[in-house]
Design a protein around this ligand. Structure first.
Ligand SMILES: [Zn+2]
Ligand SMILES: [Zn+2]
Length: 111
């Protein structure tokens, strides 16, 4: 399984160096908006399979992570400048958000 070798919090983006040599770049705001926690994404309704509205709607343009911590051996959680810190980003989820050249050109090809 791929693991992050290092995580760098830069002014506008987060860089993750993975154990397989992949270097991920994800814009801060994109990463914040993609926060997978229930507050941000809404919780699934117990019946009907519909989702509630996210409780956090307006995300500051200049939001950035102030820190991060490793969660077990499968995820990273970020502490954001807007005070939010409940999101847990599994490695595979982070890879799906990756905006490096390799990943963006792959995404252009596939529909
Ligand atoms: Zn969240
Ligand atoms: Zn990538």
């Amino acid at each position: 399984m791929v693991r992050p070798r290092s995580v760098a919090l830069e002014p506008s983006q987060v860089r993750v160096d993975w154990s397989d040599g992949h270097k991920s770049i994800i814009e801060n705001r994109r990463l914040r908006e993609a926060c997978p926690c229930a507050l941000c994404q809404g919780e699934p309704m117990p019946l009907g399979g519909r989702f509630t509205m996210p409780l956090v709607s307006a995300i500051a343009k200049d939001v950035r992570p102030l820190g991060y911590s490793m969660v077990g051996l499968y995820a990273i959680s970020f502490r954001w400048s807007d005070g939010h810190d409940t999101g847990i980003y599994p490695y595979e989820y982070l890879l799906g958000l990756c905006q490096c050249e390799t990943c963006t050109s792959k995404k252009k090809v596939s529909p």
